[in-house]
Ligand binder design. Structure first.
Ligand SMILES: O=C(O)CNC(=O)[C@H](CS)NC(=O)CCC(=O)C(=O)O
Length: 275
């Protein structure tokens, strides 16, 4: 199966980001991709809550979601929209950080709200409070995409291995990890964590990422690590997109999932213990 990852350098204006994303979807299709994946916050990278209030929409009215669903139907491809920032009816006014699996008819096959919020002080100058802007989800999702069962996760989730074990034990063969990873933690942790999640679960881990310095019309600009990654169930990095924005494609053999798990069946070796 041929998959394509879009590595984006999204700014804080969804109307400006959408044509770039659609053009890369076309490129992916021209390259033979049957499953195309985009990063976290495909529609808008912003640190400003007021900017997000101005430019984000509810799911039913979101232009990025509508256009990408149309593109999936037009090209008859599976599409993972890594995530969209969306308005919700939540009384506290927080947004959803929501991932969508879209089928080749353009219908939403599954959606997932990011569970773990990136609330950290990495260094004196760099801190994040994701939970101030976004309302966390509380439901893990394994979707049936026909060609494979797909576990949906987002970015910081990757630091919670139990979620990945649960997804694999619930049948996932591919786990998606769209991201906007920080440039501080990226060099230290990004590849190691993703390879570990692939090895532990015997899943393909597919992680499309935001990259570079993101232009902001309001608030502080922000940088991300790039290096969109595909890791095999044996833990090999089969694709690393580097730091340039663009589209990268590779073939994956889903038979590798059963082969890796046959060699090391640790997913079936849980034992009870006391602590
Ligand atoms: O803020 C938004 O608009 C969307 N959310 C994100 O970009 C989130 C929170 S800032 N990024 C991460 O989770 C990076 C995790 C990370 O870098 C790590 O685990 O080290």
């Amino acid at each position: 199966m041929r998959i394509a990852l879009l590595q984006l350098n999204a700014c804080d204006d969804p109307a400006a980001n959408l044509p770039v994303t659609l053009k890369l979807v076309d490129e992916a299709v021209a390259d033979g991709a049957e499953f195309v994946l985009t990063p976290e916050v495909t529609n808008c990278v912003s640190t400003s809550r007021s900017q997000q209030m101005n430019v984000l929409s509810h799911q039913d009215e979101d232009p990025t979601l509508a256009a990408l669903r149309d593109a999936a139907a037009k090209h008859s491809i599976w599409l993972l929209i890594g995530s969209l920032g969306l308005k919700t009816d939540d009384p506290d006014g927080r947004f959803a950080n929501r991932s969508f699996l879209v089928d080749p008819q353009g219908d939403i096959a599954a959606l997932y709200d990011k569970i773990h919020m990136f609330d950290v002080q990495i260094s004196e100058s760099e801190s994040y409070r994701e939970s101030a802007g976004y309302r966390p989800g509380d439901r893990a999702v394994v979707a049936d995409a026909g060609f494979a069962k797909v576990g949906l996760t987002i970015c910081y989730d990757m630091r919670f291995p139990k979620l990945y074990r649960d997804l694999a034990q619930a049948g996932a063969q591919i786990i998606t990890v769209p991201a906007a990873f920080s440039p501080v933690t990226g060099p230290a942790h990004w590849e190691s964590l993703l390879r570990a999640r692939a090895i532990e679960t015997g899943c393909f881990v597919i992680a499309p990422a935001q990259t570079g310095e993101h232009k902001a019309t309001k608030g502080k600009s922000r940088s991300t690590h790039g290096h969109s990654l595909v890791v095999s169930p044996w833990g090999e990095v089969i694709l690393d997109a580097g730091t340039d924005p663009g589209m990268v494609c590779t073939d994956i053999d889903l038979g590798d999932v059963a082969r890796a798990r046959q060699r090391v069946p640790s997913l079936t070796h849980d034992r009870p213990y006391t602590l």
